[in-house]
Write a protein that binds this ligand. Structure first.
Ligand code: ADP
Length: 651
């Protein structure tokens, strides 16, 4: 049978600056299956270096290493991880158990990296072998040193290795525990397992079957006291590198991630603050704008879609041409497609009743559009909404009558019962003939106080001007609205005597175009909020990166341990990526909560029901994940690239 370990002419040199230490100088040694070998020698003689090379934790600079008859020099990282996972069980002087973790879960750990899933039964069996059946549920901090080392031995056994390698396994133990641990190792060897230990203690080496003595990087003696035990046959092939991830590993990584987040509650909370605020801002904006859009679409009728609006055209450096009644006449005469043409006057003035004064939008139109709209929409038929609209005759006689909306009624009249009440606009007395429900579009902005007065009254008595705020034209159908718009432009250009090549001097927009303009304006506002949120997310992401770097540093030894137990670089990478993503997703989840709260709070001021759509939630979580991956990658990569031995030695 081929030796299990065959090392030929292996050298290893460490250099620290210009200083070089030859830790191993052309060392050759072979170990047969079933041997119990101790490597002894004074401190610094190269024992640990040799053991680490044997255990695939380190590579030699030169020389050859055949394991179970197979040369190992050309094996890749994945392959070496598979060998560490399936064929070698490592034990360390300082145990390296996972903190705050039960004996059983510590023993289960190496199984994570076989990709075959955890087998609790097997873990319990290994704990029984080391005599710890009664300590299965104890956490590492509730065990004595000797018990910890026995848990570590159970852990090294759990994947049925060919060889156990122990680096000063009794170095941290008292005499009794030392004897116990050595007894366990002897028993394992008696069952045919190969054992190699490093020790500087002659009492310990005296308990082994073969003592190999090193000094200054060379083997100075090799004393075999007993021939090897009959061993179980060495594996004929080395295991292949594992590809992909098993569900059990993913689950384990998720558990570790949340445990780590939970064990640093405060730190995690502060870290996710940036993500929380960024996502919160985006979510609140999205819920509000979705609600706004829905509300707007709900409130537009076929009637609205027929509308075309004429407004003064504002351009830089020029006073806009004012709209006058002559323009209304020009449209009435020159636009056959127009069904109704309403000149509109609108100003903001103070309205008073008794000692109350309210800044109010005063609207009036000659085409009775408002009255028709109000009547059409049955605003008067709602309970508590009373009165009537003024008649054309009252308009002609410049009657001082007003219809006011509910918001204004509540502000001016104590009991809201306004019909028949008196109010003053610009010092002119009016009688209230009707109270109308707030038009939805107005109520969006928290119910602006609004009053409607007859057009002639407004023009002649109140505003003293017929400079129109805008002209509202209704086409015969929504389909004809664009054509109506063209006719209006032509009619007004002719009326204003514009030359062919002159720019339009008024703005004419269909309702649809206005909606689109509104949408694009909302889009611009959103862009501003999104950029601010983006900065918050960037800062949040940097916070995540920072804390992940801290976490990697804190857990350097744990990373080394996981690698020694068979974790691949990709396992460590995904471990930390999952943790970063978990942090971000937690932040994103809280951000959704914050965003909704803000959305609801805003809905008190803007009367819009915030809309939470699946798209919004998917966006928040998707975005958080992307940030987690983007900002977690560099720390995770640093963790993955750590050298196992240096990581284990990290103080
Ligand atoms: P032993 O286990 O016999 O005490 P080691 O194998 O740990 O000895 O070390 C052998 C020599 O190599 C020592 O002189 C040590 O200082 C040096 N050495 C070990 N590891 C490193 C390292 N990572 N960097 C630099 N020198 C090292």
């Amino acid at each position: 049978m081929a030796p299990l370990i065959e090392i030929k002419e292996v050298s290893k040199t460490y250099s620290i600056g210009a200083f070089r230490v030859e830790a191993l100088k052309r060392v050759s040694i072979s170990v047969e299956p079933g041997e119990f070998v101790s490597l002894v020698g004074p401190s610094g003689s190269g024992k640990s270096t040799l053991l680490h090379i044997m255990g695939f934790l380190d590579r030699p600079d030169s020389g050859e290493y055949c394991f179970a008859g197979h040369p190992t020099a050309s094996l890749g990282e994945g392959r070496l991880a598979a060998i560490r996972s399936r064929m070698v069980g490592f034990i360390f002087q300082s145990f390296h158990l996972l903190k705050r973790t039960t004996a059983r879960d510590n023993v289960l750990l190496p199984m994570v990296y076989t990709g075959l899933g955890a087998d609790s039964q097997k873990a319990l069996e290994c704990l029984r072998i080391v005599g710890l059946s009664d300590r299965v549920k104890h956490k590492s901090n509730e065990l004595s040193g000797g018990q910890c080392q026995r848990v570590a031995i159970a852990r090294s056994l759990v994947n049925d290795p060919l060889v156990i390698m122990a680096d000063e396994p009794t170095g941290n133990l008292d005499a009794v525990s030392r004897a116990e641990v050595m007894q366990v190792l002897k028993d394992l060897n008696a069952r045919g397992l190969t054992v190699v230990i490093v020790t500087h203690d002659d009492e310990i080496s005296a308990m082994t079957d073969r003592v190999v003595r090193l000094k200054d990087g060379v083997i100075v003696s090799d004393e075999r006291r007993r021939s090897p035990r009959p061993a179980a046959a060495a594996a004929s092939a080395l295991p292949q590198a594992r590809l992909g991830f098993s569900p059990s590993e993913f689950w384990e990584q998720l558990k570790v991630a949340f445990k780590s987040i939970w064990s640093h509650k405060m730190r995690s909370a502060l870290t996710v603050l940036g993500i929380l605020i960024g996502v919160g801002a985006i979510i609140s904006l999205m819920t509000i704008s979705e609600g706004f859009m829905k509300n707007m679409l709900m409130n537009t009728s076929a009637d609205d879609a027929k509308k075309v609006y004429v407004t003064p055209r504002y351009s830089r450096g020029r006073n806009p041409r004012q709209l006058a009644m002559s323009d209304v006449e020009a449209i009435r005469a020159g636009v056959p497609l127009a069904e109704n043409v309403s000149p509109m006057l609108s100003r903001t003035l103070t309205v008073s009743a008794g000692d109350k004064h309210v800044s109010t939008t005063i609207n009036s139109d000659e085409g009775y559009e408002t009255g028709r709209q109000l009547a059409d929409r049955k605003f008067f038929k709602n309970s508590g909404v009373q009165g009537r609209f003024f008649t054309p005759a009252e308009n002609l006689s410049r009657a001082r009558l007003a219809v006011i909306n509910q918001t204004l009624a509540k502000r001016l009249f104590e009991d809201g019962d306004a019909v028949g009440g008196e109010l003053r606009i610009n010092g002119i007395a009016f009688t209230v003939v009707g109270v109308a429900e707030d038009i939805k579009a107005e109520s969006l902005f928290g119910g602006r106080p609004t009053a409607y007065i007859p057009f002639n009254t407004a023009a002649k008595r109140v505003f003293g001007t017929t400079r129109l705020t805008y002209i509202e034209v209704a086409a015969r159908s929504p389909e004809e609205a664009p054509e109506t718009r063209t006719q209006i432009l032509t009619a007004l250009r002719a009326a204003h005597g514009l030359r062919e090549d002159a720019d339009d001097d008024v703005e004419v927009n269909t309702f649809e175009a206005s909606i689109n303009m509104f949408k694009s304006m909302m889009g611009k506002v959103s862009m501003v909020v999104y950029s601010i949120a983006g900065i918050s997310l960037l800062v949040g992401g940097i916070g995540i990166m920072n804390i992940m770097l801290v976490s990697v540093t804190e857990r350097t030894r744990e990373i080394g341990l996981r690698k020694a137990l068979g974790a691949r670089n990709t396992d460590i990478l995904s471990q930390f990526l999952i943790e970063a993503v978990a942090l971000c997703v937690v932040g994103g989840g809280l951000g959704i909560g914050l965003g909704l709260t803000l959305g609801w709070a805003a809905s008190v001021f803007i009367k819009v029901q915030p809309e939470l759509t699946f798209r919004t939630i998917a966006f928040a979580f998707g975005f958080s994940t992307v940030i987690g991956v983007a900002f977690g990658f560099w720390p995770a990569l640093r963790a993955a690239m750590l050298d196992p031995i240096e990581a284990l030695r990290y103080e």
